[in-house]
Design a protein around this ligand. Structure first.
Ligand code: SF4
Ligand code: SF4
Length: 323
C-alpha cells in the first residue's frame, strides 16, 4: 500500500503547514514564464511544471546579502534564524541544494550556513522518482493528474506525513519517466578537455562578448563565492559605545575586483576569469567533490545579458578535442 496525497489536497496541505511554519515555493508571476520563490498560502499560482525561479533556492540559506554577526561593546550576537518550509522545488533544484550543502560544509564548515540549513525543510515535487542526492524531508512524486506518491525522510518528514491528508490508498502505481543523463556536463573526459583548453580561441571570443556583470554566478545554485564587510560606528568612547555588524554578500569570480589582493590583481584579464569560471566548475569541483559545479538548471543561460551559453562552449571544446 502506497502513501498517497490527492492533488486536490495540496492546497489544504499548504494551509495546514502554514499554521506552524512559513511556507515558500515557486510561484508564477504575471506571465507564465516568470517564477519566483515566494510565501505561499495556498496552491494557487504554485508553479509545478518544472520551470525554475530565476533566483535559485540558495537565497534561503545563503542570501544575496546577510548579517553574520552583530556586535555591541564587547558582546557578539548572531541573528536569529527562522524555521521555514520550501515546498514545490523540483528534483533538479533539490539536487542543487544537496551539492551546495556539501560545498558549504566540507572541507570547512560554514557554521552560519549550517545553522540556517537545519531550519529549512524541503518538500520536493517532481514526476521523477526520488534520487539518492537529496537532503529533503518529503518527496511527492506526481504519478498522474490526481495523485502524488509520498516519500517521507527523517523525523521532520515523518511528522508531516502523519497528516490526515495522506492516505494509504491502494496501488496508484508509478510512472517510468526516464531521467536522461546529461552527456555534456557528465562527459567522461570533460575535466581533462577543459583543463587542456587554456589556449583555445573560445576564451578570447568570450572575453570580447562578456559584460563582466557576474549575473551567471549570482543566479547559479552552485556558485558560493562571497565577500564580507565590517560596518561599525566610531564614537569618541569606542570601548563603551562601539557597535556594528559583519555582513556578507554574493561575489563573483567574473568581476574584475574579485581577484584583487592589496595592490595586486592576480587575474586582471577577462579571458582568464572566464576560463577560471569553467575550470572551477568542470575541473576542480569534479575532482574535489565528485560532482561538477553545475546541475544543468540553465539559469545562467536565461539570465546572461550577452547571451552566452556555457553548454555551447563546452560542446565546442569537446568537438574540437575530437578533431
Ligand atoms: S546551468 Fe548555469 S546556473 Fe545552472 S547550475 Fe549550471 S552553471 Fe549554474
Ligand atoms: S552573465 Fe554573461 S555577461 Fe555576465 S559575467 Fe556571466 S557570462 Fe559574462
Amino acid at each position: 500500500m502506497s502513501l498517497v496525497l490527492h492533488h486536490q489536497d495540496l492546497s489544504k496541505l499548504i494551509t495546514e503547514l502554514s499554521e506552524k511554519w512559513p511556507v515558500y515555493g515557486p510561484k508564477k508571476e504575471r506571465n507564465e514564464h516568470e517564477v519566483r520563490l515566494e510565501l505561499l498560502t495556498s496552491a494557487k499560482n504554485l508553479s509545478l511544471n518544472n520551470s525554475s525561479s530565476i533566483v535559485p533556492p540558495k537565497k534561503f540559506l545563503f542570501p544575496a546579502k546577510e548579517v553574520l554577526i552583530l556586535f555591541e561593546k564587547n558582546k557578539l550576537k548572531k541573528p536569529a534564524q527562522t524555521e521555514l518550509i520550501l515546498l514545490g522545488l523540483n528534483r533538479k533544484d533539490a539536487e542543487g541544494l544537496f551539492c551546495l550543502d556539501k560545498l558549504m560544509t566540507t572541507p570547512l564548515l560554514d557554521d552560519h550556513y549550517a545553522e540556517k540549513r537545519e531550519k529549512v525543510h524541503l518538500i520536493v515535487i517532481d514526476s521523477l522518482a526520488p534520487s539518492n542526492n537529496l537532503n529533503c524531508d518529503l518527496y511527492l512524486q506526481r504519478v498522474d493528474q490526481e495523485h502524488y506518491l509520498v516519500f517521507p525522510f527523517g523525523g521532520f518528514g515523518g511528522k508531516i506525513a502523519k497528516s490526515k491528508l495522506f492516505s494509504h490508498d491502494g496501488d496508484v502505481g508509478t510512472i517510468s519517466t526516464r531521467h536522461l543523463p546529461d552527456n555534456v556536463i557528465y562527459h567522461p573526459r570533460l575535466d581533462e578537455i577543459v583543463e587542456n583548453s587554456r589556449d583555445h580561441p573560445v576564451w578570447d571570443r568570450l572575453a570580447e562578448t562578456c559584460f563582466n556583470c557576474g549575473i551567471c554566478s549570482y543566479v547559479c545554485p552552485l556558485c558560493y563565492c562571497y565577500e564580507t564587510e565590517d560596518n561599525f560606528e566610531i564614537t569618541s568612547n569606542i570601548e563603551k559605545d562601539c557597535k556594528g555588524c559583519r555582513n556578507r554578500a554574493w561575489d563573483s569570480c567574473m568581476l574584475p575586483d574579485f581577484n584583487k589582493v592589496t595592490f595586486h590583481n592576480f587575474r586582471p584579464k577577462m579571458k582568464d576569469r572566464i576560463y577560471n569560471w569553467y575550470y572551477h566548475k568542470f575541473v576542480r569541483m569534479p575532482r574535489e567533490y565528485g560532482f561538477p559545479g553545475c546541475n544543468g538548471c540553465g539559469r545562467c543561460i536565461t539570465a546572461c545579458p550577452a547571451k552566452i551559453n556555457y553548454r555551447e562552449v563546452l560542446k565546442e571544446l569537446i568537438k574540437d578535442e575530437q578533431k
